[in-house]
Design a protein around this ligand. Structure first.
Ligand code: SAH
Length: 221
């Protein structure tokens, strides 16, 4: 028998239904996003100490001093991306891997980068055990992954003051990039649509708080 926290169960499924209801009440309307949140077992991405909180609409600590994003935040970012099946998506900040699993559940081809080796390894193991495929990279997301681009969508799940120009260049024309832009205290969820080779349109979608996007990688525990 796998340990309890490594299985899905009726109680967790019921809690996910409630979470989906709560997200609808908070204004999330994208049915594909809600379907993915209903299916992906968020509790399997969390530290056992927080298992009972897995379906509370809050961010929680994971390893390496980072956080798994709040479900509402995941829902807003994913809705802004307008994911279609087989879209190629680059995620900066794998963290727990939960957001990557949501994108994979929606049928996207996911490339995800994490600067903490410990998280990169753990997220990869979690998604594999759940049967989701994604391409995992250990590195600094500021440079992206040009060799696999250009991407239909790029998702940054850490706070930054400035969008790295290399990432904008890895976006397809017609593509969408979602990023929390701001200082460490709070950020404006920003959608950038690439409308031409050198043309980018920006729009704002509310205030959020993320852990910062930092330079370099961390190899130790
Ligand atoms: N998407 C995650 C949320 C993780 S929080 C989830 O679903 O759980 C943000 C993550 O971004 C952290 O794990 C942090 O280590 C990572 N991060 C911060 N700066 C980064 C960078 N320059 N490159 C790659 N990952 C980075």
């Amino acid at each position: 028998m796998p340990p309890l926290q490594m299985t899905d169960n009726f109680e967790a499924k019921g809690k996910r239904k409630n979470l989906v209801r709560e997200l609808r009440q908070k204004g999330i309307t994208d049915e594909e996003v809600l379907r993915a949140i209903d299916i992906v077992p968020r509790h399997l991405f969390m530290d056992p100490a927080f298992l009972s909180h897995a379906y509370v609409d809050k961010a929680f600590p994971i390893a390496s001093g980072q956080t798994i994003s709040q479900p509402y935040t995941v829902a807003v970012q994913t809705s802004l991306l307008k994911v279609k099946k087989r879209d190629k998506i680059l995620e900066i900040g794998t963290g727990s891997g939960y957001q990557a699993a949501i994108l994979a559940e929606m049928g996207a081809k996911v490339y995800t980068i994490e600067r903490f080796r410990e998280l990169y390894l753990k997220a990869q193991a979690t998604l594999t055990s759940l049967g989701y495929s994604a391409d995992f990279f250990y590195g600094d997301g500021h440079v992206g992954k040009p060799q696999y681009g250009p991407y239909d969508e790029i998702l940054i799940t850490a706070a930054t003051n400035e969008i790295p120009s290399g990432l904008l260049n890895q976006l397809k024309i017609g593509g969408r990039l979602v990023v929390p832009l701001g200082d460490n205290n709070s950020q404006i969820m920003t959608l950038v649509q690439r409308t031409g080779e050198d043309a980018f349109e920006y729009s704002s979608h509310g205030l959020f708080v993320f852990v910062p996007m930092l330079k370099g990688t961390v190899n130790g525990k």
